[in-house]
Design a protein. Sequence first.
Length: 395
Amino acid sequence: RFAPRRMKARCAKVATSYAAGASSSRPCLVVRGARGGERNGGTAGRRWHSRIPSPLMSSVPAGKGRIEGRGFATFASNHSVNAAATATEVQRVLGIDLRGKKAFVAGVADDQGFGWAISKALAQAGCEIILGTWVPALNIFNTSLKRGKFDGNAMLSDGSKMTFTKVYPMDAVFDSLADVPEEVINNKRYAAADGDFSVEGVAQRVKEDFGTVDIVIHSLANGPEVQKPLLETSRHGYLAAISASTYSFVSMVQRFGPMMSKGGAALSLTYLASEKVIPGYGGGMSSAKAALESDTQVLAWEAGRKYGVRVNTISAGPLGSRAAKAIGFIDDMINYSCANAPLASEINAEEVGNVAAFLCSPLASAVTGATVYVDNGLNTMGLAVDSKALDREAE
């Protein structure tokens, strides 16, 4: 209160600048003044100094680092500033920024499934997207893409459209081209392949074209006998489900791991049937998902130590995608989830995509070997609240 009016105004201006939230990583500003007179309890002519946090540096004009005057130390010590972070600052610190990163996403064949939603979420964060699409679906996908059929679902928040740097033909049930039977190679459905479409071949092509990748997404599964109960599933059908839905992820981590940047992330998709009985989800698919979750933990250890990458899986709730309709009762599964999950709403692919983007970002740098549930909490339930067994006759 003993400071001159002009000094008080300068102090207020500096304090206001501090409240604006300038970075605290800059060097401290040393403020000096003359303490004198018995009213201040000091000795005339003695100098004092106070170290003010670095954000003040941004408010002091060049050449005016020294602020002279009485009472400034008292003002600074008795007037703490509570600087609330602005929305922009929070976004800068906690926002997902994947600019400069490259993601390889396997299993995108339309704009309805989880693979598309994950790609879109990664693109929204600035990531470059490279696709691996099942060879028999490649022509239809590319044609739909060129004709703009997916444009409505490709729009990002800034008004731009998600684009794919390159789309490779891929069939993840084959580790190398030598594993591909001749009848497959000669099949007209595989005529769209412009080169090696095995996991090894695609990984090599990606390496030649891009050098490295930061993110690998496994969004594919297939069980040729998925509609059969386990008791009726053949050995061939069972092993085919494991091969396409589980080992394909192992194969991808094997081949892509060496070219992934340290701190990168590999991610797959699983389902609750891995641990709970879902009648009708057969053909060995429940076993395949259980194996996938187990492999996620083992790969997290091995790939973490060998390549420095993280490996996780998302257990997603039921979604009425084109691929899911092959199960035959996906609508019943969606209705059941809405009736019994803690959050009584239908899962949408965007929600899974958002969690995937988080898991692939530096914000999840310590998360690996995890099965993350994105199912409105259905996995927590032990009782179907809509069961007729709970109905009571009116007394």
